[in-house]
Write a protein that binds this ligand. Structure first.
Ligand code: AHR
Length: 496
């Protein structure tokens, strides 16, 4: 690769570094070096790489066998990850200055359950929170004589480093009005008040768990009578078990978004969304609206099953919201899913719709960074596939239909191909003058039709059809077609 690039750089009278900075693929370098394609001005400055655009690690899973994954936002430049361990017998924390670094960071055991008695049972779903300069871990624990007599606990550390076991005090139970199955506590502050949200089985309610919210008088205790804000009633919430659990809060765009997980912890596990206005009374159940359908669920195409029990953090840019969740790489589980250890921790980008609501898309699975393409002449619109056709839609709701990966060109020769994220067996191709997305077919014909050169132009990239270097993808009144000129507003695509 590099020798050829040097040669091309020399031919193009450009430094190799300049070509790389401009994010030029080999194909494009060839074009720049005057092979066939008309001269295209390379913009000053550099184009962000796909990885920079995606902005979150693509390593998937990020951490194996850590269910109910909770990643803090950076505190003093450090991310901390905790989660349920398959043995359900201890609390662990790892830390890193980067999200990707969590994958290999050393893990510290900050607490082990007692050999018998209270909290000697299952240890579940820990969360780490920084409150008024101190660390708190919220977790659920059963007892040794009944591992499912699950109740909520919190413990405090006075040390700066939460990984130091020496800092942690004795767990204290969070008491609610009902002595019943209670778990998955999360806490957040909003408008000067601190709240606790958790899942519990209320005696009179014939479901496994509903979601409750209460105000907190301290990090250890609630001070208002719990308000039940969600109960599993819809079909996607009652598969296997009638469950609303694993709450996580994200306050954005004038709203309080609360995701939760539903149904049994197998492939039927999925996420729902509750929304309240940021200036509503959050303790009033009427303030909360539940999504009619799940917002994140199993996807056989990407091979991700039972995604859920999420948390939220932000990427290193401090802006990009990141969804942290667990999922398995297979559907069928032998025995009780709670004892299948392979719920792995994963991260991906949260994309915001222009109406201010979050889009989670699909669990993206393995693969490189993900981009969306916006023609310069259609701001707010995105290239998306629909029924094997490829078109340009304004603010599509189906996020994943507008998500692609640039992968090494099926035709080889340094080109690139555009692979669908939610149908990874499909690629954008130009066939018979039309732009489609079709399942891959063996042989050079499909490969040639599905290969492009990414040409940097002012404001973004143009996509040159590898088979016919005079052709470029272009937007035409909502359709994606083929045109002859790069760098036009209709044939320039911004990547986000
Ligand atoms: O992972 C253990 C438990 O499984 C979690 O606390 C809960 O969210 C899920 O049901």
């Amino acid at each position: 690769m590099s020798d050829h690039l040097n040669h091309l750089a020399l031919r193009a009278g450009l430094s190799r570094r300049h070509l790389l900075q401009a994010g030029v693929g080999l194909g494009a370098a060839a074009a720049l070096a005057g092979y066939a394609a008309p001269a295209v001005a390379v913009p000053a400055g550099s184009m962000p790489s796909d990885a920079e655009i995606w902005g979150v690690p693509t390593l998937n899973p990020l951490v194996e066998r850590r269910a109910d994954p909770f990643v803090t936002r950076p505190v003093d430049g450090m991310y901390y990850l905790t989660g349920s361990v398959p043995e359900y017998d201890r609390l662990v924390i790892r830390g890193s200055a980067s999200l990707a670094g969590l994958a290999t960071a050393a893990e510290s055991v900050i607490w082990r359950r007692p050999a018998s008695g209270k909290m000697g049972g299952h240890i579940w779903a820990p969360e780490l929170h920084r409150i008024d300069g101190r660390w708190y871990v919220y977790f659920a624990a059963g007892d040794s004589d009944d591992v499912f007599r699950i109740r909520m606990y919190v413990m405090e550390s006075t040390l700066a480093d939460p990984r130091d076991p020496a800092g942690w005090g004795t767990p204290r139970q969070i008491v609610t009005p009902w002595a019943s199955f209670a778990l998955d506590a999360t806490t957040f502050e909003h408008a000067g008040r601190r709240y606790l949200v958790w899942a519990q089985s209320e005696p009179e309610i014939a479901v496994n768990t509903s979601l409750y919210i209460a105000e907190m008088s301290s990090p250890f205790a609630i001070s208002t009578f719990p308000a039940r804000i969600a109960t599993p009633t819809r079909s996607w919430e009652v598969q296997g078990y009638k469950v609303n659990e694993g709450p996580a809060v994200l306050v954005r765009n004038g709203r309080v978004f609360l995701t939760f997980s539903a149904s049994a912890t197998d492939a039927r596990y999925c996420m729902g969304l509750l929304t309240a206005s940021a200036d509503a009374d959050l303790l009033d159940p009427a303030s909360w609206t539940k999504s009619p359908d799940p917002v994140f669920m199993t996807n056989a195409q990407t091979g991700q099953y039972g995604p859920g029990h999420n948390s939220f953090t932000v990427a290193e840019d401090g802006v990009t919201d990141v969804l942290v969740y667990h999922a398995r790489d297979y559907r069928d589980i032998t025995g009780d899913p709670l004892y299948d250890p392979n719920r792995h921790a994963r991260v991906q980008k949260v994309v915001w719709h222009e109406d201010g609501t979050p889009m989670f898309g699909v669990p993206v699975g393995k693969g490189g960074p993900i981009v969306r393409l916006t023609p310069l002449d259609a701001p707010g619109s995105f290239v998306r596939h629909y029924d094997y056709a490829v078109r340009v839609d304004r603010a599509p709701r189906e996020l994943a239909d507008s998500q692609f990966r640039f992968v090494p060109g099926l035709a080889g020769d340094g080109s690139e191909s555009l692979q669908s994220v939610n149908f990874p067996d499909r690629y954008v191709r130009v066939t018979g003058g039309t732009v489609r997305i079709d399942p891959v077919e063996p042989g050079p014909a499909y490969a040639a039709e599905a290969s492009f050169r990414r040409i940097p132009v002012k404001g973004g990239i143009s996509l040159q059809v590898a088979t016919d270097r005079g052709d470029y993808l272009q937007h035409d009144r909502g359709a994606l077609t083929v045109g002859s000129a790069p760098g036009r507003r209709s044939s320039t695509f911004g990547l986000t």
